[in-house]
Design a binder for this molecule. Structure first.
Ligand SMILES: [Zn+2]
Length: 323
């Protein structure tokens, strides 16, 4: 099973608290653990399994039982599709057959990772087990995209949405992993409250560069002659997608400044405030639309350099049209 990174944060989460009663009164037959942060969903299930089998207190992560769960060799904890691939009916047939065999402890937990990748045949197969669950069996479905699940499955599972954590909690979780404070702030700012997403950002050295490049673009674009200089920002052509993402975050923050709302990217909040002074709210809104349009063109394989040049000129135009 995967390495646990966020145990403390998850133990303090609302989602874990919601399961508290079930831990003491007995688990239900099926749960859907919902979050787009799929690696964290997997970790959350590990925490649940440790809580169920721990012989010390709840999920000590040290005792013999916990350690079996952590190492993926607990006889009564079965993980299906740990790699997050498309799940076919065969995999579910195996689960169903296995679930029919009496467990060692009387309790048996199954976790289907990225259950939203089950095809319809597999989902219908699983439905049969959910309708007549063997005694002592609990099935957890890790789901990124709830809309991919059949309503019949949804109605037979208890849905638990993982927390969207506040900025401070995400930052603290990052720092507890030894990530430096600046990187932790940056990744928390861009994480949308998702621990796994923050962790990925923290591990990608490009993010800080992308931010400063996005700010440089907005600062440096004042006359048509500037387009040539701005054009040389390397991330613009090399990491266009991510660059546009960050640029959109910065622009949304500029709009927030105009409306006296808090900015998302607090680590560069002051700079965003300064840049926002040079743009009207109307200009910013139009630039956001222009970026979306450029994205759409690129998805249709329109020439990259041409699209970027025309975007830069349009940004300039919008800036002065709506002063
Ligand atoms: Zn334990």
């Amino acid at each position: 099973m995967s390495e646990l990174l966020f145990t403390n944060t998850l133990k303090g989460s609302r989602a874990y608290e919601l399961l508290g009663g079930d831990f003491s009164n007995g688990l239900g037959h099926a749960y859907m653990l919902v979050s787009s942060d799929d690696e964290v969903v997997k970790e959350f299930f590990t925490l649940i399994a440790s809580t169920v089998f721990c012989t010390e207190n709840s999920a000590c992560l040290k005792c013999n039982e916990c350690s079996k769960v952590l190492h993926g060799n607990h006889p009564d904890v079965v993980v299906v599709n740990g790699e997050g691939q498309v799940i076919k009916a065969d995999a579910i047939r195996e689960l169903t057959e296995d679930a029919g065999i009496r467990s060692f402890s009387g309790t048996k937990l199954y976790y289907i990772h990225r259950a939203d990748l089950m095809n319809a045949v597999a989902q219908n197969k699983l439905l049969k087990t959910l309708e007549e669950p063997p005694k002592g069996v609990t099935i957890f479905l890790g789901v990124s995209n709830e809309s991919a699940m059949l309503d019949t499955i949804k109605s037979r599972t208890r849905q638990i949405a993982l927390d969207i954590f506040d900025n401070a909690t995400v930052k603290e979780a990052m720092m507890s992993l030894g990530i430096d404070e600046d990187t932790a702030s940056l990744s928390a700012d861009c994480s949308e409250g998702l621990l796994g997403k923050a962790y990925k950002i923290a591990g990608s050295p490009d993010y800080a560069n992308l931010y400063s490049s996005a700010l440089n673009l907005l600062k440096g674009l004042n006359r048509s002659a500037d387009v040539i200089t701005v054009d040389r920002i390397p991330e613009l052509t090399k990491k266009t997608d991510e660059f546009f993402n960050i640029l959109s975050i910065v622009l949304r923050d500029m709009l927030a400044v105009k409306g006296n709302n808090p900015v998302l990217s607090r680590h560069v909040g002051l700079e965003i405030r300064n840049i926002a002074e040079g743009f009207s709210a109307k200009a910013i809104s139009e630039i956001i639309l222009l970026i979306n349009e450029a994205r759409r063109k690129l998805s249709l394989n329109v020439n990259l350099q041409g699209t970027i040049d025309s975007l830069l000129f349009s940004i300039l135009e919008a800036k002065y049209k709506w002063q």
